[in-house]
Design a protein around this ligand. Structure first.
Ligand code: AMP
Ligand code: MG
Length: 521
């Protein structure tokens, strides 16, 4: 354990808070039994402060708004007090890391508070504190998370949701001046994150690898009954619910990969323990939204071989699903059936990816898929890759071009055209694009494109600027969390124009390419 200044407050943990948070606890995961987790308390941090709060997530949880602004909430979401009705625990899982079996891992620094719903009609959500202290699964780690990576996870969770991409959510990030040792000394932070379930592929791999078939079945039954109930009445695979489950997870994962590829999101650490069984984006570490379109881009400085390069993600997801299939094999009972259940990935990913790209092009839902659509998509990807054209700016400018229409003469394509050195290549593509749009209502196409091609994404340099403000850049500078809040507001509605904030939608500065993000967090 290498945190240095948290011991002094260890005695200060009180058993409960007094005011009503508005949360109603249920905690179904905790009923699975001791093979799945260890009950424990978080380790408090001294003098916590708010770094960021998501009112939107708070509303979805049904949190009382006044209580969420209180010191009691600050203490609770830092892990310094226990919320009445919660049942804190750390779960055990295993996994493949960088293609190699890593054995037992588990929640080494995340503590599940439990499951809560504000009202009977609101969906139940789990609340987890990441960075809240050591657990039996911490191995050599200190159980902590540093401020910079916590701000990135907080903002990106809400940014992905704003983009309409399935993700774990973030309620808050709180900080403390407690020191945490990484490459250098940093300070601690805790992200309160929210999801219907934090179960990963690695949870299943854990029980399969340890030949614990009863527990494997208990877990699968829990996840199926809670989140995939249609598998119980499937007529596929001779009514095999576990095969139907694998197929459903494959389909959700395929749809997620299509969304990542279309928005230009690189996850960076697609280990099987970072794969959500619900097809959510989970565990934001060295992720990156592409600046220039480079299909081979590696966003994780620790990934020297490029296993998780941007264009590898769809294949890696399939590889990870194969690991899940192997883990579920004792339940499915027939290898051929398990392999058949994975097949859907190969159908759903290309179908979904094409649909996403057709939406970016202003066609999906407005014009029947046509023979030449694939060539149109491949053509633009090739052009963009050849010159590493800025992914987000290209699509947003193309959206403006479609809204303005061609009737103003050639000039109106200029902002898009300016992005290319190979003008002839771009003009040829634009001509086929314009021809393809013949008969497609322009207003509807523009609306679709502006709702599909975001103006704001969490580029590395934007996160970095907010982080440096929050850290207090010079030794005497006060910590300033306004940058986190400003980004949160923009990223919550990334398709809107937000007049006055164009500097957040521009090209990255030169120094952005030198930002190195590794697994260290
Ligand atoms: P990650 O690469 O962040 O997905 O983490 C992989 C594993 O290492 C998980 O079991 C984490 O809980 C654990 N881990 C990562 N960082 C820490 C830390 N600082 N303290 C304890 N466990 C950690
Ligand atoms: Mg992880």
């Amino acid at each position: 354990m290498n945190t240095t200044s948290e011991g002094a407050v260890a005695d200060a943990v009180s058993d409960s808070v007094s005011a009503d948070s508005g949360l109603r606890w249920n905690n179904r995961f905790a009923t699975l039994g001791p093979a799945f987790f260890t009950r424990l308390r978080s380790t408090p941090l001294p003098d916590p402060y708010w770094v960021g709060r998501s009112e939107r997530t708070a509303r979805e949880l049904g949190l009382d708004a006044d209580w969420f602004a209180s010191d009691e909430a600050l203490a609770a979401f830092t892990g310094n007090v226990v919320l009445p009705g919660s049942d804190p625990l750390a779960s055990v899982y295993s996994g493949h890391q960088f293609g190699v079996w890593a054995g037992q891992l588990g929640d080494g620094r995340a503590i599940l508070l439990g499951e809560t719903a504000a009202k009977a009609e609101t969906p139940a959500l789990e609340l987890q504190l990441k960075g809240a202290g050591r657990t039996p699964y911490s191995r050599m780690g200190d159980g902590r998370a540093v401020l910079r990576s916590s701000i990135r996870e907080f903002l990106c969770s809400e940014a992905m949701h704003g983009l309409g991409i399935p993700t774990t959510r973030a309620l808050s990030v709180t900080g403390s001046d407690a020191r945490v040792r990484r490459e250098e000394i940093e300070t601690a932070a805790v992200v309160a994150r929210v999801a219907p379930s934090f179960v990963r592929f690695g949870h299943f791999e854990h029980f399969a690898a340890n030949q614990k078939e009863d527990e494997l079945r208990t877990l699968a039954d829990f996840v199926i009954d809670s989140f995939y109930p249609a598998c119980r009445t499937t007529d596929r695979f001779g009514g095999n619910a576990y095969a139907a489950f694998l197929e459903a997870v494959s389909e959700r994962t395929a749809a997620l990969m299509a969304q990542w590829q279309a928005v230009g999101f690189c996850h960076g650490v697609m280990n099987t323990d970072n794969m959500s069984i619900l097809g959510l984006t989970i565990d934001y570490g060295p992720f990156q939204f592409l600046d220039g379109f480079d299909p081979q881009h590696i966003c994780n400085h620790s990934d020297t071989a490029g296993r998780y390069a941007f264009n590898q993600q769809p294949n890696v997801a399939y590889w990870n699903l194969f690991c899940l299939a192997q883990a579920l094999l004792p339940l499915i009972g027939d290898q051929e059936v398990a392999v058949a259940a994975l097949e859907s990935y190969k159908v759903v990913f290309p179908r979904e990816f094409e649909a996403r790209m057709r939406a970016k092009l202003g066609l999906e839902g407005l014009s029947e898929p046509a023979e030449g659509d694939r060539a149109l998509i491949e053509g633009v990807l090739k052009l963009l890759a050849a010159e590493k054209v800025d992914w987000m700016i290209f699509w947003r400018r193309l959206s403006h071009h479609v809204r303005n229409g061609n009737d103003k003469g050639d000039g109106d394509a200029e902002p898009v055209r300016d992005l290319f050195i190979d003008r002839a290549g771009f003009d040829a593509w634009l001509l086929s694009f314009s021809e393809r749009h013949t008969g497609v209502p322009r207003d509807a196409a523009a609306r679709l494109m502006f709702g599909t091609n975001p103006k704001f994404v969490l580029r590395n340099h934007l996160g970095q600027q907010a982080i440096e403000l929050a850290q207090g850049t010079s030794p005497d500078a006060a910590k300033d969390f306004a940058g986190v809040d400003r980004l949160l507001k923009l990223l919550e509605t990334p398709f809107e124009e937000h007049p006055g904030f164009d500097q957040y939608a521009g090209f990255p500065p030169d120094w952005a390419s030198s930002i190195e993000i590794s697994c260290s967090s």
